[in-house]
Structure formats: C-alpha cells, structure tokens
Design a protein around this ligand. Sequence first.
Ligand code: GUN
Length: 284
Amino acid sequence: MEIISGKDLAASIKQDVAKQIAEYANIYGRTPNLTVILVGDDPASVSYVTGKGKACAEVGIKNNTITLPANSTEEDVIALIQKLNNDKTVDGILVQLPLPKQISEQRVIDTIAKEKDVDGFHPYNVAALWEKRPCILPCTPKGVVKLLKSKSIDITGKRVVVMGRSNIVGLPAAKLMLDENATVTIVHSRTQNIAQVCAEADILIVGIGKPKFVKPEMIKQGAAVIDVGVNRDPETGKLCGDVDFDACADKCSYITKVPGGVGPMTIACLMENTLECFLHNVKQ
Ligand code: GUN
C-alpha cells in the first residue's frame, strides 16, 4: 500500500505555475488576477477561500476576494459578476459554492464569462468537456487524474467506479476517466448492491460527503482509491474523508488521505486554470 500525497504533487505543480507566471510577467507586464466572490460567512467556505488566497500568494497570482453579506440578492451577485466580466484586468472569476438559499447557483454560474470560469462550471465548459472540445477542466476531477498519473496507475481498460454524481465531482470525474479509456460506472444513493459494484473497481473515486462511508468490503484487493470527501468525523470532530482510511488502507495498492490528498490538488489545479485564463485574456 502506498499513500498518494496530494500535498507533495500540488507543491510541485504550484512551483511550475509560479515559474511560468514569473516568465509571463516579463512578457505581458503583469501577473494573473483571480477574483473570488464569497457570499456570507459559512466557516467551511471561508476556510476554502482562505486556502485559495494563500495559494495565489505562493504562485504570484493577484487574489482579490470580495465578501458579500449572506442576505445579498441574486441581482447583487449577478451585477458584481457582470462588472468583473467587463474588467480586462480580471482573468478569473470564482464564486464559492454553496450560495445562500435565495440565490440561484445556476443563474450565477451562467453569468460568469466562460473565458474567466476558472472552476469549469459554466454550461459552455461543461458541454465542451462532454464533447471533447478545448475547455477549462473542473479543478477537483482534474486533480484526481493527475494523482493517478503521478503514480503511473493504468487507467486504460480498467474498471473505474465513481461514487457520487455531483456536477462538481462525480459527473466530470466519470467523463475524464472515460476519456482515459476506462470502463466507468457511476454509483449513487439509489444504486442497488453498491458494495458489490464498488468491489469490482480497479480504481474507486469517492465523492459523496458521507464520513467514512467506504468500508473494506467495498474495495477490491489492490485497488487504487481516491477520496474526494471532506467531512467532520462525528466522533472526533476531526477532518475525515468518505473512506474509512484506517480500515481500508491495507486493502489498497494506492490510497489518498484526507486532509493532504485531493484537497491541495484542487487548489493547485485552480492555479493552473487561472494561468490558462490569464493567457487567453492577454492574447485577446
Ligand atoms: N465548493 C466546493 N467545491 C468548490 C469548488 O471547486 N469551487 C467552488 N467555486 N465552490 C466549491
């Protein structure tokens, strides 16, 4: 069993992004600008946004985080995004999700200029992903593929089971695995015999938001397991994944930990995506 460290791989990706940003700064006379919108003060969202800001500082991306009050209207958020869309000095726009109930996430995402959509959540980018056109890839699934490739884990022809069908993780992760020529199954809350299906996976990617849900009997001996979950352990109050790591690790060839696995990779890929949007913007 080997633990795949997302922290180490993310550090090397950020180092590479920082180097490129320094070089492009000489050519274009400025560094990328990522503007993050946070609505309200949900502690998890505040922590994610802080982490993104810290990574920006590390790689030389100018980060502007705009915090709006929790009672903001949909119109407030949309007006702000429209202003940022028209601001040539803004390369990337990220709206931290989830949004307060009164605001339609769909309408907000639809408003972000597709060229500044560093999350890859805009319907254009989603459709482009499914049609294999050039697009901005969503950060978390992009990070998952990089984790697997960093260990030269064979994906072609393998059985991949993706647990969870969210727009942010499950669906795009399944598509990226399909693009790597895997045989992909998506399992979810209504799947019958979920343990049996998961136990057939050579690679198991889990993003369901249920602390320690995955137990050893759901894992094939020697499988690679990627845990996208970020939860609080109800017993200890500590951060934990969707996989019961201590119980499952011995059964895996490779496994990621929470924290220190997928999370840092999401942020590293966000830095890459921001650089990509910057290059598109300066070449306009
Ligand atoms: N909330 C949880 N994950 C994400 C993410 O990847 N991007 C944004 N914008 N919000 C999130």
